[in-house]
Design a protein around this ligand. Structure first.
Ligand code: SF4
Length: 218
């Protein structure tokens, strides 16, 4: 069962990328939230499980600035991922509604099954509202034994990619590639997002790990 609803006023946030092409259709602003009670074996984001991590933001002011940046960057939509977005459905419904009001699309990832979310939504307005403001839903827990080699963005064949509105109804998922983005910050910090086959990701991440251990050049 999904945990109780959180306040619509605040959001526990992990990370934002203003522009990415690896987290859904086209150029998007990606928002990773902190906290996930599902804890799939083999999850690539276990650092986002802890409900006490990340930082807490005041949703309305924060999302206004975020969406200004998104519109100025020319993205076609926002993507909500985590962590588990539906465990913070109330504040994310506020963000998603504000995005849709600016004609930005909304893609939402969840480790819960769509059928369960629809059932819970009958008594949980926060879940109903986030579903109502989602154009494209990726649902279901990650299963490391069921790797998906056909569709982009998601990890395993049990997971769904569902167009909940007409916005992405015509999208042919199997024609779209997986992408991985690697960023090197001004401070030398390396960050990775996106999805590829497991062998490529393991190779990339283990190599980054070794690099982190190297002594700095003089
Ligand atoms: S639902 Fe997503 S973030 Fe949560 S454990 Fe599963 S893969 Fe990881």
């Amino acid at each position: 069962m999904i945990p109780a609803a959180t306040s619509p006023e605040t959001l526990r946030l992990a990370r934002v990328l203003t522009v990415t092409e690896a987290e859904g259709p086209g150029r998007r602003t990606a928002i990773w939230v902190q906290g996930c009670a599902i804890r799939c074996p083999g999850c690539f984001n276990p650092h986002l499980w802890a409900a006490a991590g990340g930082s807490v933001v005041a949703v309305r002011d924060w999302s206004r600035a975020l969406l200004d940046d998104a519109v100025n960057a020319g993205v076609q939509g926002i993507t909500l991922l985590g962590g588990e977005p539906f465990e913070q459905a109330a504040p994310l419904a506020v963000v998603a509604a504000a995005a849709r009001a600016r004609n930005l699309s909304v893609m939402t990832f969840t480790g819960y099954d769509y059928a369960d979310l629809r059932e819970w939504a009958l008594e949980r307005p926060d879940i109903a509202e986030l579903l109502a403001h989602t154009d494209l839903l990726a649902d279901g827990p990650y299963r490391a034994d069921l790797i998906d080699h056909q569709r982009p963005w998601i990890g395993s064949t049990n997971q769904g990619l569902r167009a909940l509105t007409d916005r992405y109804r015509e999208l042919e998922f199997t024609t779209l590639p997986d992408r991985v983005e690697v960023r090197v910050g001004a401070d030398g910090m390396i960050s990775v997002n996106g999805w590829d086959d497991i062998d490529s990701l393991d190779t990339l991440l283990s190599d980054l790990g070794r690099r982190a251990d190297r002594p700095p050049k003089r």
